[in-house]
Design a protein around this ligand. Structure first.
Ligand code: PEP
Length: 252
């Protein structure tokens, strides 16, 4: 049985004190009511070590939102996969559309990052998704298929077992415009088919594929009810404990 997951992406929000308060609130809420899925929060680098002290021994997994494409050394301002791991984090988001669009992260760069993250014992939440013009031109499968192939298809099956996929149509991120549950299901089934084609049926059956893009408590249940949707990657709604918990509860 593949894992059901709700993961939060805090992005560049919350100062350290606000992040600590949110992590504590979530810890208390999930201690009071055990979730029916895996829960992960991905925070800015500066929060990681402190939040790791809060999430340790709880059901909450912790991840970074990025890591460097270099192992170590003179790369001022970068944070390596090994450094992320040393904070106590277990996950890292890679390939988010904001990183691709605003920081020029190419498939080649992402391939390096994925390899370094996995080599350092992190699990990767790898984001893929088309922009609006690509959807309107009905090119979403071509685009997403290429994103998968160009950054992930050289992995071994063993490495892939430490990868979670997140389908995030760029036109749905932070826009309030959610993909319909059918659009999500169609794409997730396509993605699973791509994984089956390259890694085999077993790997495809076992990989978790999350949906991301304006997911909220009011629409999560319908989206998560689709057979190939294994949960969500949540941006804005991960910043309020009640909203995030409302999405987690969609699995109840
Ligand atoms: C995201 O950026 O990963 C995301 C899903 O954002 P939002 O939920 O705010 O659309």
């Amino acid at each position: 049985m593949r894992k059901k997951i709700v993961a939060g992406n805090w992005k560049m929000n919350l100062n350290l004190q606000e992040g600590v308060a949110l992590a504590n609130e979530l810890k208390d809420a999930l201690a009071a009511e055990k979730p029916n899925c895996d829960v992960i929060i991905c925070t800015p680098f500066i929060h990681l070590a402190t939040v790791a002290g809060i999430t340790e021994g709880t059901v909450i997994g912790l991840g970074a939102e990025n890591c460097a494409d270099k192992e170590k050394g003179a790369y001022t301002g970068e944070v390596s996969a090994a450094q992320v791991k040393s904070t106590g984090a277990q996950y890292v988001i890679l390939g988010h559309s904001e990183r691709r669009a605003y920081y020029g992260e190419t498939a080649e760069i992402l391939k390096e990052k994925v390899n370094l993250a996995l080599a350092n014992g992190l699990k990767v939440i790898f984001c893929i998704g088309e922009v609006l013009e690509e959807r309107e031109a009905n090119k979403q499968n071509e685009v997403v298929g290429a994103q998968l192939a160009d950054s992930l298809f050289d992995l071994t099956e063993e490495q892939l077992s430490n990868v979670i996929l997140a389908y995030e149509p760029v036109w749905a991120i932070g826009t309030g415009k959610t993909a319909t549950a059918e659009q999500a299901q169609d794409m997730h089934a396509f993605i699973r088919g791509c994984i089956a084609g390259n890694f085999g049926e077993k790997a495809a059956e076992e990989i978790s594929i999350l949906y991301g893009g304006s997911c909220k408590p009011s629409n999560a249940k319908e989206i998560f009810s689709k057979p190939d949707v294994d949960g969500g990657l949540i941006g804005g709604a991960a910043l309020k404990c009640a909203d995030f918990k409302g999405i987690i509860d969609a699995w109840n």
